[in-house]
Write a protein that binds this ligand. Structure first.
Ligand code: FAD
Length: 373
């Protein structure tokens, strides 16, 4: 049973945010930056955030050439440009807000590996460069075939490489820790290990229900629970998608630095110091990977190991040090959901494989909506 003191002083807030990942914390920070007097509470079910924000591969990227070409087949040019702009602005804000050295930001550039069959993408490179020029002021993509040999990739499989100088990499753990510290320094209350069971909206606020005894009251609420949001609002148009990542033991003399993508972004690898971080393979069984179960699928691990051995590190020895999974969210479109769901409830969710890029900007825009309410 709660005490008088707890009821009097612990339960009422101006803004409650459910979910302590990059979007939830960024939203809270943006609110406090603009309105320091507001009482802001973030509720996170895990001891650490347990979705994708502490599990990702740390690519600071906004789309490879073939990813954007596949987006252009499904969306208008304006929509694709808006999405890239969102990611790029989000990355600028993240770097500025947290500090590049704090998050171990390195702009080694990014590359896409193309097979011979995929080389027709190069015919459309100028079109995509023209589309992105208003944002970057120069060509984003250029051919870098000379690097195939320098980096030691299997040149029977890799026919071309496309370079993007604007890509970088971060240390995901340092990024989230720095964001948590910033939140605390702004007097945002972050409670972890708190699973929200349900939410009830009233005309003048929302009740956030943890159990029979513990219920928080807030003027308005943001749901930043990404792949797990249907527990609280079942009709939301999104599905979970599991991502698998591994890291090797250090590889002395690793011949490349940077971020790398292939198969329309379904596979991605990078250096972390002298290790390789390698992830992907969701496309091997998209249906089965539409899950919130944190289990590693053997079929995917085998494929990652195969590609490491035959494509990325042919003729070199390596050992896998560790592997893990994280859960992101997908829908009919790659646009995240940023909306006022009802009178007092706001949504900032449905972030897929480039959520680190979008997270800070999404939080900024969500905070504007909540403060205007
Ligand atoms: C393996 C993997 C690799 C990736 N690599 C990259 C990359 O290199 N670059 C990139 O830009 N993006 C990458 N992403 C995507 C990116 O990590 C996500 O899009 C982003 O982190 C989503 O942030 P979020 O805050 O929306 O969600 P999350 O980080 O999932 O946060 C949601 C939080 O809500 C909490 N929660 C859920 N339900 C409740 C509840 N009922 N009560 C309380 N708390 C709750 C969860 O515990 C979770 O911490 C990757 C994702 C994965 C899985």
């Amino acid at each position: 049973m709660l005490s008088f003191w707890e009821k009097d002083h612990f339960l009422d807030y101006d803004h409650v945010i459910i979910g302590g990942g990059i979007v939830g914390l960024s939203t809270a920070v943006s609110i406090k930056e603009k309105a320091p007097q507001k009482k802001v509470l973030v509720l996170e079910r895990g001891v650490f955030p347990t979705g994708a924000s502490t599990k990702n591969a740390g690519f600071s990227c906004f789309g490879s050439l073939t990813e954007l070409l596949s987006d252009l087949a499904a969306m208008s040019s304006d929509e694709v440009l808006k999405l890239v702009e969102w990611r790029w602005k989000g990355l600028q804000l993240l770097r500025k807000r947290l500090g590049e050295s704090q998050i171990d930001y390195h702009q080694y550039g990014g590359y896409e590996l193309l097979t011979q069959e995929q080389s027709s993408a190069l015919d459309q490179m100028n079109r995509v460069n023209d589309l992105l020029r208003p944002l970057f002021r120069k060509n984003v993509y250029s051919i870098a075939d000379d690097k195939i040999k320098v980096f030691g990739f299997n040149n029977n499989s890799v026919a071309h490489m496309v370079f993007n100088p604007f890509e970088g990499q971060i240390h995901t753990g340092k990024m989230m820790k720095t964001l948590q510290h910033l939140a605390t320094s702004l007097k945002i209350e972050v409670l972890t290990g708190v699973l929200v069971e349900s939410i009830e909206e009233y005309h003048d606020g929302v009740k956030v229900i943890i159990d029979d005894d513990l219920k928080f009251n807030t003027r308005n609420l943001a749901l930043c629970t990404n792949a797990f949001s249907k527990k609280l609002i079942p009709e939301l148009p999104l599905e979970p998608g599991r991502g698998t990542v591994l890291i090797t033991e250090p590889i002395p003399g690793l011949p490349f630095k940077g971020t790398f993508h292939y198969d329309e972004g379904y596979y991605y690898f990078r250096n972390y110091e002298d290790h390789i971080i390698f992830g992907g393979g969701r496309n091997l069984d998209i249906e089965a990977e539409r899950t919130t179960d944190f289990a590693i699928r053997e079929q995917i691990m085998k494929k990652l190991q195969y590609d490491l051995k035959h494509l990325i590190l042919p003729d070199r020895k390596f050992k896998i040090a560790h592997s893990w999974v994280g859960i992101m969210a997908f829908g009919d479109t790659k646009q995240p959901i940023l909306s006022k769901h009802s009178h007092r409830i706001f949504l900032g969710l449905r972030l897929g494989g480039m959520g680190v890029a979008i997270g800070s900007q999404l939080g900024l825009e969500l905070s504007d909506m909540m403060l205007a309410d």
